[in-house]
Design a protein around this ligand. Structure first.
Ligand code: DC
Length: 242
């Protein structure tokens, strides 16, 4: 015998309202933000904006132009004179956003170890953050966007309709990173990875400007025991329900 459905399904926003949503997804490195944000955007037909890729592009530009990664003013100046373009990714980029600086494609280059190490420092410079936040604010004006980063719910899009703070324990994030790197043929030490993740959390959370921080009105999702599909489903529900 079938069970009777007792709870009424929640009312759904109309499609036009969903198309205009502003969705902010913040959290530490390795929590799965970019994968989740991409899938939520795809599901709801919204534009995904990878703000971390913009800081990575500025870091790549500094290296390319021989600018010291200690010189925040010079990096901000170079970034202000450059065009950083983001385009939707596809299978050949593993779904990751395509990134161009002055029409040179740097989609893969910005994921190198070197850039990953340097960007956490470069993204602390206030002059660069000011420029990136201003550009991000322009990109979100019309709504219909999902952004992931560290300061989206607090600084870039404080008026977001839905704010998610996605996190996972350091151990689980280190395990996930290990699997990703093993898939690339690397064999790093798990403890070293955990240490690097904890250090990066500390740096991201303690910088003066736009630190990693859960917005007061954000919903925290701890993903330790959740699959990507479960996380995406939970966020999509929050987005479409009234
Ligand atoms: O999400 P990611 O790993 O690609 O981000 C790269 C770096 O940029 C990371 O050190 C944190 C920083 N970042 C930031 O400071 N603010 C954002 N909105 C996004 C990323």
């Amino acid at each position: 015998m079938q069970q009777m459905e007792t709870s009424k399904p929640a009312a759904r926003k109309d499609d036009a309202a969903v198309k205009l949503l502003k969705v902010a997804i913040d959290g530490p490195a390795g929590a799965g933000k970019s994968t989740v944000a991409q899938l939520v955007a795809k599901d709801l037909d919204l534009l995904y904006i990878d703000t971390g890729a913009m800081y990575r592009a500025a870091t790549w530009l500094a290296r390319k132009q021989g600018i010291s990664t200690e010189d925040g003013e010079a990096i901000a100046k170079a970034a202000s004179e450059a065009t950083i373009r983001l385009e939707p990714g596809d299978e050949s980029t593993n779904g990751r956003t395509r990134v161009y600086v002055n029409d040179e494609e740097i989609t893969h280059a910005i994921r190198s170890h070197e850039i990953s190490d340097l960007v956490s420092k470069v993204s602390t410079f206030s002059a660069l953050r000011k420029l990136m936040v201003a550009r991000q604010k322009e990109m979100i004006q019309r709504g219909g966007v999902v952004l992931d980063g560290r300061d989206i719910g607090t600084v870039v899009m404080p008026d977001a309709d839905i704010k998610i703070y996605l996190t996972a324990s350091v151990d689980v994030r280190a395990q996930r990173r290990l699997k990703d790197l093993q898939a690339l043929g690397e064999s790093p030490d798990l403890e070293d990875l955990a240490k690097a993740i904890a250090e990066r959390d500390h740096r991201d959370s303690n910088r003066a400007d736009g630190p990693l921080k859960q917005a007061d009105d954000a919903i925290a999702i701890i993903t330790d025991n959740m699959t990507i599909e479960q996380v995406v489903h939970a966020i999509v529900r929050l987005c479409v329900e009234q």
